[in-house]
Design a protein around this ligand. Structure first.
Ligand code: FAD
Length: 458
């Protein structure tokens, strides 16, 4: 990364944050001829995006057609709306569903090929696009995007924390103040994009809006502290749905670093069992429902159980295993003993689950997805999981052009926001795989709209 001494004092556009939304927007804006800079407070690029493990949702994509999947944007829209408790911003959601396939194709242009498919909770079809190697989507995406942004000649400055947004006398946003190792600098710009991510790691903001969640651990990177919300609020921006915070059902919280166990593992066929060795929920219901079911057990979390067949289809398990999160059993009885659940029950549970998979009918919990393979290939595996704070659905109110709205609903000129920092798209529950999609879809839109705004305000 270049040294912050090389920061210029003027650009066309400043992008704050280098996760999926920021990197996408920078590339898109550069394509349209803008002189862009990316400012990132962490030492590395990637944000929470680099942690994503399951996939990026899209409907009507070429990849789906290649796999013989006939999907439609309307179903993607409806299922996301249902998953979000009908509280999603419908215009945002419509734009999102209708531009998802294009986002997958746009990434291909940069050699970012998400050509394998899996499924996440609340979706009726395989929409979660991931690399052919089945490796976690997040790091794959951000590492390649960082390379592409640099290749395009766009500078990314790390250890550069934006602390203030600047406005001219007409109330147009025209720059930022940024703290760097060489001191605080003022950078002028015609447009500024907040792509600063969510506030899952801010106890202070969580306490303000959801005091009931303040003791939960989080899957988020420590820098997910809602800076963008504070920067925008200082300019009277409107925040929305701030109490909608997603708790993810399957995180390893037994270690100081909380690891998310990606939903794709259930998408590939893992089940959840309680201390008695029984299933207790449709594992691919929405995150809200599955998290609540685990909490309602009043046990010490639950266990994800899977076999070697599922493991072969979810590459992140290799990583979970390397860091010691995975229990192994040569047989189911062996596994049951290691995790301290009733072996007879676990055997019966797997037997009846395998029957459900073979017949396509889960009489117990009506699961209909993630049933591609029986759990019959030893060795068997288990991961101990608890719910953890994962995603903040609320945020800055934007319109479909990613322009930030003030508390009266008027556009704040020159200020744009995209990605997790914005609110409204997901309603009260985000569907797994929709956030990475949001970063690319609305990151592109932000890049386009900044270029349009600058052209119109020459
Ligand atoms: C463990 C985990 C797994 C996930 N898996 C999936 C998945 O499989 N599919 C899916 O769709 N979603 C997934 N998500 C959600 C998804 O990864 C994120 O919501 C999304 O990537 C957010 O992208 P973003 O660009 O908006 O923000 P981020 O990727 O968080 O990037 C924001 C960046 O802004 C920087 N920043 C913040 N404040 C400032 C400041 N003041 N100045 C400068 N820089 C600043 C941050 O340091 C950060 O690098 C997962 C999330 C986590 C935590």
């Amino acid at each position: 990364m270049p040294n912050t001494k090389e920061l210029k004092n003027k650009y066309d556009a400043v992008v704050v944050g280098s996760g999926g939304a920021g990197l996408t927007a920078a590339l898109q804006a550069h394509e349209l001829g803008l002189n862009v800079v990316v400012l990132e407070k962490n030492e590395k690029t990637g944000g929470n995006t680099s942690r994503a493990s399951s996939g990026m949702n899209a409907s009507e994509s070429l990849v789906q057609l290649d796999e013989g999947i006939i999907d439609n944007n309307r179903d993607f829209y409806e299922e996301t709306l249902k998953g979000g408790g009908l509280l999603n911003d419908r215009a945002m959601l419509k734009y999102f569903a209708n531009h998802s396939a294009l986002a997958i194709s746009w990434l291909m242009k940069y050699g970012i090929r998400l050509t394998d498919l899996t499924i996440t909770g609340g979706m009726s079809k395989k929409r979660a696009h991931r690399p052919a190697s089945m490796e976690p989507v997040g790091f794959y995406l951000t590492s390649r995007m960082t390379t592409q942004v640099k290749k395009a000649g766009v500078n990314i400055f790390t250890s550069a924390k934006v602390t203030k947004l600047l406005q001219n006398s007409k109330k147009q946003v025209n720059g930022v103040e940024v703290e760097t190792p060489d001191g605080t600098k003022t950078i002028k710009a015609k447009a500024v994009l907040l792509a600063t991510g969510g506030f899952g790691a801010s106890k202070e903001i969580i306490k303000k809006y959801r005091p009931d969640l303040v003791d939960y651990k989080t899957t988020n990177q420590p820098g997910a502290t809602g800076d963008g919300l504070k920067l925008a609020e200082a300019l009277d921006a409107q925040l929305m749905q701030m109490n909608f915070i997603q708790v993810h059902p399957t995180a390893d919280t037994d270690n100081p670093h909380v690891y998310l166990i990606g939903e794709g593992l259930r998408g590939e066929g893992a089940i959840l069992v309680n201390k008695s060795g029984n299933r207790f929920v449709n594992e691919l219901s929405t995150r809200k429902i599955v998290s609540q079911a685990i909490t309602d057990l009043h046990e010490d979390g639950a266990y994800l159980v899977f076999d070697s067949g599922v493991r072969a289809h979810f590459a992140a398990v290799e990583f979970y295993d390397q860091i010691g999160l995975v229990e192994h059993g040569d047989s189911l009885a062996d596994l049951a003993k290691k995790i301290g659940v009733n072996a007879d029950n676990l055997n019966k549970t797997i037997e009846s689950w395998n029957k459900a998979v073979a017949t396509g009918k889960d009489k117990e919990f009506s699961r209909t997805t993630g049933m591609d393979r029986e759990l019959d290939r030893g060795p068997y595996f288990a991961i101990h999981v608890h719910p953890a704070i994962h995603y903040t659905m609320g945020g800055i109110h934007i319109n479909t052009e990613t322009q930030v709205l003030d508390t009266n609903g008027n556009v704040i000129d020159g200020l744009f926001a995209a990605g997790e920092v914005s609110g409204g798209l997901h309603g009260n529950n985000r569907i797994g795989g929709n956030s990475i999609a949001e970063t690319v879809i609305f990151g592109r839109q932000a890049g386009i709209q900044m270029a349009k705004y600058i052209r119109e305000n020459k």
